[in-house]
Design a protein around this ligand. Structure first.
Ligand code: FAD
Ligand code: AMP
Length: 474
């Protein structure tokens, strides 16, 4: 018998599980299918984000940040810590516990919201029929008025550098290394390379990040990228730009990597090699030949501005489609689709989606960079403020970094906000709100900010747009 739904969601990552819960809350009879099996052999909805992405990486970043501060920064507070060491297996077990707590939480949320969860692999066929091969055996057939594809992404493999799960690893392997490698090579100075490189670097690995591009973090504002690079250098995170990795081979327990730079070819060797060169949309086994859904040249599910695919009433969201590969983009896109299905208006503005890199210091931005405004010929003014002049940053021992704001020269509307510094991931939120409300730098400057807080740096940067900051020469 074919079970009928208003909406079937395939994939329970942040795109799929959030959409499924929102749909059920909106009165739609909803099913969600995901095949992930957790380490405890239980279903583990939550996708890349909860299982092998955002959450486990942040768990390891937080553990190693405490370790690094204890080693390098707490002496000035008078804290004497000698012979400290990191028990890597305890750190990994803590991370696993957080992951299973959160994935188990989604299972509970599905139950509480009456989302029918199918633990298996879903394949879309013609007429919105979905075959589900349940983990462990049998198959069931479902059908729905609407389908939401949220199958996510997987790490890109370089053809000449095959993952082996032990020496040459992706994000999954890099979250599981059981002994600190003496030398860790990382291909790609993107978000994942920087975050996971930081984790192992803080535990004592000599980390070398190999990046093909000539510029560091080209998507970030240039001033922010420059400041961040300086901080990473202090942390002995070696970032080699203009360095194309051509091949890698495991020889006698070492990864021998061939790189090409301006000087020609060179060989480097590492104990482990993390390949973090980006992610590709994952659609393996998702679409039967008659599904009617087409893919782009890059293998992403083709969608229009409303996330509708080429098949009737079949939508796709998250990492499987165009746009930034970010968990919050995935979730909000899923919610927007459900709202449209429920007959409501929904719009997601990619320009106000915040980006965060959880290194130390953190890097966060929203809207346009200064180089983008220049390229687009927009007349702008800018204001900035260093954390070194912020009382709370000094009291807390995190004086590195700055806030930089960009506003329209005529209307003063906030066009971009760029932060490198402690808690940048949280501080960016008020800039996102300001931009969503089409607020101005003057609005930010007139808002009362609690003292002493790091957020006063945002306030002062806004005042500096008018060259009226109090605690710096304007
Ligand atoms: P996914 O999370 O990939 O979920 C898709 C799910 O669908 C998976 O569970 C998959 O198994 C399942 N699936 C696929 N096909 C089928 C099928 N046919 N049947 C059944 N199930 C199927 N983003 C941030 O915003 N902040 C961060 O800090 C951050 N950190 C990251 C760190 C790392 C190491 C990585 C790798 C990524 C990180 N990301 C971060 C990116 C973030 O994880 C993704 O953008 C997000 O998970 C995308 O959500 P999604 O739901 O589209 O896909
Ligand atoms: P992101 O897509 O943000 O995760 O970043 C991936 C980074 O990897 C990009 O900056 C790419 O330039 C870089 N990259 C891709 N392939 C190679 C390669 N073969 N050697 C060095 N860097 C690479």
């Amino acid at each position: 018998m074919t079970e009928k739904y208003d909406l079937i969601v395939i994939g329970a990552g942040p795109a799929g599980y959030v959409a499924a819960i929102h749909a059920a809350q909106s009165g739609l009879k909803t099913a969600c299918i995901d095949r992930t099996v957790g380490k405890d052999d239980k279903p583990a909805p939550g996708g890349t984000c909860l299982n092998v992405g955002c959450i486990p990486s942040k768990a390891l970043l937080d553990s190693t940040k405490h370790f690094s501060h204890l080693q390098h920064d707490y002496a000035e507070h008078g804290i004497v810590a000698e012979n400290i060491s990191m028990n890597v297996s305890t750190m990994l077990a803590r991370k696993d516990k957080i992951v299973s707590q959160l994935t188990g939480g989604i299972t509970q949320l599905f139950k509480a919201n009456k989302v029918s969860f199918y633990h298996g692999t879903g394949e879309l066929t013609a007429n919105n029929m979905v075959n589900v091969e349940i983990v462990g055996g049998e198959s069931v057939q479902l059908q729905a008025d609407n389908i939401l594809l949220a199958s996510g992404s997987s790490a890109i493999e370089i053809p000449s550098i095959k993952f082996d799960g032990e020496y040459i690893i992706d994000n999954i392997g890099a979250l599981e290394i059981s002994e600190v490698p003496a030398k860790l090579g990382v291909i790609g100075a993107g978000v994942i390379g920087l975050e996971l490189g930081s984790v192992w670097g803080r535990l004592g690995s000599e980390v070398t990040i190999l990046e093909a591009l000539p510029e560091f973090l080209p998507a970030a504002d240039k001033d922010i990228a420059r400041l961040a690079a300086r901080e990473f250098k202090k942390q002995k995170l070696e970032i080699r730009l203009n360095t194309l990795v051509k091949s890698a081979q495991v020889i006698d327990g070492e990864v021998v990597v061939v790189i090409e730079n301006k000087a020609g070819e060179e060989q480097l060797s590492f104990d482990r090699l993390l390949v973090a060169v980006g992610r590709r949309a994952y659609t393996d086994g998702l679409l039967a030949a008659d599904s009617g859904v087409t893919l782009t040249e890059r293998g992403q599910i083709e969608v229009d501005d409303n996330c509708l695919t080429s098949a009737t009433n079949v939508y796709a969201v998250g990492d499987a489609v165009r746009g930034p590969m970010l968990a919050h983009k995935a979730s909000e896109e899923g919610i927007a689709v459900v709202n449209r299905i429920a007959g409501k208006y929904a719009h997601l503005d990619f320009n106000t989606i915040p980006w965060v890199i959880y290194t130390d210091p953190e890097i966060a931005w929203v809207g346009k960079t200064e180089q983008q405004l220049k390229e687009q010929g927009v007349d702008y003014k800018s204001g900035s403020f260093p954390f070194a002049a912020n009382g709370r940053a000094l009291a807390g021992g995190s004086p590195a970094g700055m806030v930089k704001l960009l506003a329209d020269a005529t209307t003063d509307e906030l066009l971009g906000a760029h932060i490198v510094g402690a808690n940048a991931s949280e501080l960016i939120a008020e800039c996102v709100v300001t931009m969503e409300f089409h607020g101005s730098s003057e609005d930010l400057a007139m808002i009362v900010h609690a003292h002493p807080t790091l957020s006063e740096a945002v306030h002062e940067a806004a005042l500096n747009v008018q060259k009226k900051a109090i605690h710096r020469a304007n």
